[in-house]
Design a protein around this ligand. Structure first.
Ligand code: AMP
Ligand code: ZN
Length: 467
């Protein structure tokens, strides 16, 4: 498989460190709020990557952290503590917030058919490990104490800016509004490994350490959790593109300083999902969630399908029209699959099976081109081969795509009646039209579309049809 590697800025053949196996580390969510559908785009694409590697026969182990301590509002170790902010907002303790939003995250993942990684580690459960690695970095001369905190000394590295050629003076630290430059740092790019002299007097979670009572920086958690669970050589490290700098750059710095050799071979970065009004922001509280999609009547799996229609290395704009188009095309696939599922006559046509399967694997082998993989699915539905062959292929494809294709096709065959919810909306829309409130009528039509139905005015009255 060819995979784009952010380190080399090109597609490379994926060759795992140990033949037949693949280790993947994923930066987990910061659990101070719900995950937004942008965050979930990243987890969906990472899930497809994991599932495809398994599909190709590799024995995959995937590890993820849960950030429940240490992540400040600026990724450059300044600003407020995100967890503390969440706790204050909801008048709860940090651990209550962490538990609640961790559960909410996995519940969203389940609805999107995102497999839970093999190992999930909350950062607060690994404090001893962080202290051990920070101590080792101190002993090796890569870390120093200043103003009570422990910092990583980036000047000790041969190369710090690994993904892009940043310049020291371009570093945003100290430039952001309301963020003061940390005068304890020896070099601008240095970052905190352990905070003791925190400006947050009310910091709830603190631990004793040889460096004083305090708490870890954000970056060290991923290095330690990865190295402890996946060893000294990591195959693929994933995350959203915003994590490349400084988070992943700092992870590389400290892991390689600690290990004394190269650490991770492939860096897989998913580009952002934006709205027409710009970036979705968890910290500002302005964002779309899976629950909101459900409230509007969308099946979360359709959002997964919407994400698969675009390549992970392109930023993606979310808007309701695009999602509605995805609903229409998803339902078409289901409708066509529904016509095949009960037809068991004949045997699998091996030649056609191999040809159509190759379309699918060629697409994903080419840097996980999911939109071409969906085209390969259409090719199956359009092909002249028999139903048994088609269904066998769709079942296999769905191991990677995770779109509930067979389940939903079977449901469609059970002859669902028009749901009560749709009938009520149709009634509301009739009234809105009577009152000449066409904006409301259009909004209601969108809701009906989201539920997978189409409403039309005909001479005979209103016609409701499944899309
Ligand atoms: P966080 O919970 O903020 O630590 O982020 C969780 C994951 O979502 C990280 O991998 C981020 O890089 C990623 N992420 C953040 N914002 C977006 C976005 N708008 N689109 C896609 N991924 C994002
Ligand atoms: Zn991370």
């Amino acid at each position: 498989m060819q995979l784009y590697n952010s380190l080399s800025h090109k597609k490379e053949e994926f060759i795992p460190h140990e033949a037949g196996k693949a280790s993947i580390y994923t930066c987990g969510p910061t659990v101070y709020h719900y995950a937004h559908i942008g965050n979930l785009r990243t987890y969906i694409m990472e899930d497809v990557l994991e599932k495809y590697l398994r599909f190709t026969g590799l024995d995959v182990t995937r590890v993820m952290n849960i950030t429940d301590v240490g992540h400040l509002t600026s990724d450059g170790d300044t600003g407020d503590d995100k967890m503390l902010k969440g706790a204050k907002r909801e008048h709860k303790t940090v651990m209550e917030i962490a538990q609640f939003y961790t559960d909410a995250f996995f519940s969203d993942c389940k609805k999107l058919n995102i497999k839970t990684p093999d190992v999930v580690v909350p950062a607060t459960s690994y404090i001893d490990e962080f202290i051990r690695v920070i101590q080792a970095l101190m002993d090796k001369g890569y870390a120093y104490e200043s103003g009570g905190n422990i910092y990583f000394d980036t000047s000790k590295l041969e190369k710090y800016y690994v993904f892009n050629d940043f310049k020291e003076e371009d570093l945003a630290v100290g430039v952001r509004e309301g963020v003061e430059e940390d005068s304890n740092k020896r070099n601008k790019a240095d970052f905190v490994l352990w905070f003791t002299k925190s400006k947050f007097d009310s910091q709830e979670l603190k631990w004793d350490s040889p460096f004083g009572t305090g708490y870890p920086g954000w970056h060290i958690e991923c290095s330690c959790i990865s190295m402890k669970n996946l060893g000294e050589y990591l195959d693929i490290h994933c995350g959203g593109i915003d994590n490349a700098f400084p988070h992943h750059t700092n992870e590389i710095a400290q892991s390689e300083a600690y290990l004394g050799h190269e650490w991770c071979s492939y860096w897989f970065h998913v580009h952002h999902l934006n709205t027409n009004s710009g970036k979705m922001s968890k910290s500002k509280g302005e964002f779309l969630t899976v629950s909101l999609l459900e409230e509007k009547g969308y099946n979360p799996v359709v959002y997964r399908y919407f994400c698969l229609l675009s390549h992970y290395r392109k930023s993606l704009v979310f808007d309701w029209d695009n999602l509605n188009n995805a609903v229409i095309s998803y339902n078409k696939i289901i409708e066509k699959t529904a016509l095949l599922v009960n037809d068991n006559s004949g045997d699998i046509d091996g030649t056609e099976y191999d040809r159509l399967m190759k379309n699918f694997t060629d697409a994903l082998d080419n840097d996980l081109n999911t939109s071409l993989a969906i085209t390969a699915l259409y090719d199956v539905l359009k092909s002249e081969t028999n139903s048994v062959t088609k269904i066998a292929l769709i079942k296999e494809f769905d191991k990677v795509l995770g779109l509930d294709l067979i389940e939903n096709a079977m449901k469609a065959n059970q002859g669902e009646e028009i749901p009560e919810e749709v009938l009520e909306l149709v009634e509301e829309r009739k009234n809105a039209r009577k009152e000449k409130n066409f904006t409301l009528a259009d909004e209601i039509r969108n809701k009906i579309t989201a539920l997978g139905y189409e409403v039309r005015e005909t001479r005979q009255g209103v016609e409701i049809r499944k899309i």
